[in-house]
Design a binder for this molecule. Structure first.
Ligand code: SF4
Length: 496
């Protein structure tokens, strides 16, 4: 599909300094069982996972007598920075959650962990991912008399649990057999910490150990911060139960070929994490090397768009022999509280976050390396900035294939008609961004970089739906009411 680029210019949304034109990873989960001060460990784990969600944060603990909870909008430091808050969260078991809303409004009632009392006692749940039949199930549940407190898809699981029979793990199994979509869950009961990954393992979940305590987290960087060790990845379709007896594993769902999200390697996960037994940093540098092999460019310097483009740019420089240099400096202190007082200030746009390092780029032919292009808004500003700083040629290399489809598995993607690559040809995109050449890594190149022989060799090995449009899990709600925002608006409508 192609449109006339001159008729449909890129919307200039970079006047919003916080819009860095990235896909937003959904959420982070963390859980720990068997240590004093479980809440402090959880807060540190959530702090390390802040990149997966900055909108709200919450912790629920169990102290042997009662569950205690604190949830609020804001980043981990703001939410758990006060001593009184942490002192209240007593207990040797805890779970936590960082939220970036993919489903549901950014309000406190949607902040996780969610908690409910059941016949078997209390249960708190934190969810990373997105259910693709949540609206459908919610309608059924509401019809049957269920009263929802939030607009999140996760609450559907709570209601399904209430209807199911047996002990907590039987109920969880029965409930999860009815949901479709991506989920990595951690749950806390009076006696157990439970972790579950959906049958395709779309979102990550890892098991760790610190002394006698076990923990579950979205990424290994949450273990590093508290000096814990990774034990292993929770497998796709696996349920892990941690109690006083130790760790128990079952596979209550049909075993399927896994489809881990390939975008975790491209952008979402922290480069110092090891996901699915692969170092994210190494995967990203390998993507850079592949890019350089696929598109060698005569240039003087390789410049990353910081921070996410750095490992791929290092890989590109290694492979090409062209020096890597910081030609763009990122200001890390652009906070959400920045006030935009006048149009003039607002029009500074991307410069609030990035500045050209003139010494590096002046008079040079540069290759800019970035992880992805979503709407193209930041890319254009950065190319312009490089030219103003004296770059004689600006080539752009992207460490992922063109993002042409929305994600429905827990990543905040714009609707398809806002995705640059869904609307324009490669040449039109190049013109709109204003660079001398524009290259995306091929799908096969990306697969090779993450250690597989190419997408078609033994496909499918990953979820790559935002590049290919081949969705590995049914999009039940979308099929009934198409449109990226349909799910959210339906949930809102039902919540009224
Ligand atoms: Fe990841 Fe893209 Fe699949 Fe979403 S659609 S899970 S972002 S690969």
């Amino acid at each position: 599909m192609s449109h006339d680029a001159t008729q449909h210019p890129i919307p200039d949304v970079t006047t919003n300094p916080f819009d860095d034109d990235k896909l937003r990873e959904e959420c982070a989960v963390f859980g720990i069982f068997g240590t004093e001060d479980a809440a402090a460990h959880t807060a540190l784990g959530l702090h390390a996972l802040q990149h997966r969600g900055q909108e709200a944060s919450g912790i629920v603990t169990y102290d042997g007598e009662e569950f205690r909870a604190h949830r609020a909008l804001g980043q981990v430091g703001e939410v758990f920075g006060r001593q009184q808050v942490m002192e209240r969260l007593k207990g040797s078991a805890a779970i936590g959650h960082n939220r970036y809303s993919t489903t549901g409004d950014p309000m406190v009632r949607n902040t996780q962990p969610l908690f409910a009392d059941f016949e078997f006692g209390g249960l708190a749940v934190s969810h990373n991912g997105n259910l693709t039949n949540a609206v459908h199930l919610r309608r059924e549940l509401v019809h049957g008399g269920a009263i929802f407190q939030s607009t999140t898809d996760t609450e559907v699981i709570i209601h399904l649990l209430a209807q199911a029979k047996g002990g907590v793990t039987d109920r969880l199994t029965e409930a999860l057999r009815r949901v479709e979509g991506a989920y990595s869950l951690v749950c806390l009961t009076r006696k157990k910490l439970i972790g579950v990954r959906d049958p395709l393992g779309v979102r990550p979940l890892v098991l760790g150990k610190l002394g006698g305590a076990y923990m579950l987290a979205s990424e290994t960087c949450a273990f590093d911060i508290i000096g814990a060790e990774k034990v292993r990845d929770v497998e796709a379709g696996e349920m892990i139960v941690i109690d006083d007896e130790g760790v128990h594993s079952t596979f209550p769902f049909p075993r399927l070929k896994t489809r881990f999200c390939i975008f975790e390697y491209v952008y979402f996960s922290r480069p110092d994490s090891v996901v699915e037994d692969k170092s994210v940093y190494e995967a990203r540098t390998a993507i850079g090397r592949e890019l350089a092999r696929e598109k060698p460019i005569e240039a003087d310097v390789i410049v990353p768009i910081p921070d996410s483009g750095v490992p791929s740019a290092i890989g590109y420089a290694e492979q090409s022999g062209v020096p890597f240099q910081y030609g763009i400096i990122r200001n890390h202190y652009v906070g959400r509280t920045f006030i935009e007082p006048t149009d003039e200030i607002r029009n500074l746009g991307v410069k609030l976050k990035h500045n050209a390092n003139r010494q590096v780029v002046e008079g040079k032919r540069i290759v800019l390396v970035d992880d992805s292009i979503v709407r193209g808004t930041t890319s254009r500003k950065i190319v312009e900035m490089m030219r103003h700083a004296g770059a004689t040629e600006v080539h752009m290399c992207i460490a992922s294939p063109p993002t042409t489809y929305s994600c429905f598995y827990g990543v905040d993607t714009p609707e398809r008609d806002k995705l640059l690559a869904a609307k324009y040809s490669l040449e039109e995109m190049r013109t709109l961004i204003g660079c001398d050449s524009l290259t995306f890594i091929s799908m096969d190149g990306l697969y090779r970089a993450v250690g597989l022989a190419g997408r078609d060799a033994a496909r499918p090995q990953y979820c790559d739906a935002c590049f290919s449009g081949e969705y590995p899990i049914p999009l039940t709600d979308q099929e009934r009411q198409p449109g990226k925002s349909a799910q959210l608006s339906l949930l809102r409508e039902q919540a009224r």
